[in-house]
Write a protein of this length. Sequence first.
Length: 260
Amino acid sequence: MTREEIKEYMDGLCVRYNRVTFVPDDPVSVPHRFERPEDIEIAGFLAATIAWGQRPTIVKNGRRMMELMDDAPYQFVTQSQAADWEALLPFVHRTFNGGDFVYFVRALQHMYRNYGGLGGVFRDAYRRHGDLKAVLSEFRGLFFSPELAPLPRHGRHLSSVDKGAACKRLNMFLKWMVRSDDNGVDFGLWSDTIPPSALYLPLDVHTANTSRTLGLLTRKQNDWKAVEEVTGVLRGFDAADPVRYDYALFCAGIYKELSV
């Protein structure tokens, strides 16, 4: 297939999958339960944090996280105290346990009380850096601030771009918060400051394998260099909104629809 044919093929998949009917079976359904921007941010961040494994389990456990926070994540994060966090301790999603959940709530509380919350941190960092790679590095440093006394195990649940990780879950969260269109999937809460053109592809095994099959990615490792490579190609297809192809690449892989 030529590049023009690949773009036409993926544009068709975007029409098919980048739509509201995709939402219920995807982790993005967790923040879609809310209307308040701060609730959406927190629900989206936590759902993205546990987004590895089978999607039905991710969705189920993401909703469970919200239930443990009284289905009011912003209120819980900003107003809860140590006694309230005990309710989170039974939570488990794969290697992410209740202790990790408590730390993530504490770190979010620190951000909302001191830095304007998730939106404030990401917007401010992007204004200063103009590159989401640098933003991801700064965000992780703040999230694991020494004054919060994080344990080494907590750090395993938030990838480090400085160590070359693909940061799939963080890039997926940013996609939800920044992109917006008429299809009702992404929220566009931060598009006033961060343009969709700045986003990087959430690279996982499905998007990576499809990208390699289509000749959009040559690097063998699923790391940050691969993210930069394939995102650069997608910017050639749509410079203003390259990551709109995320669901096209993802669904072509999981639904075995690739026709090359």
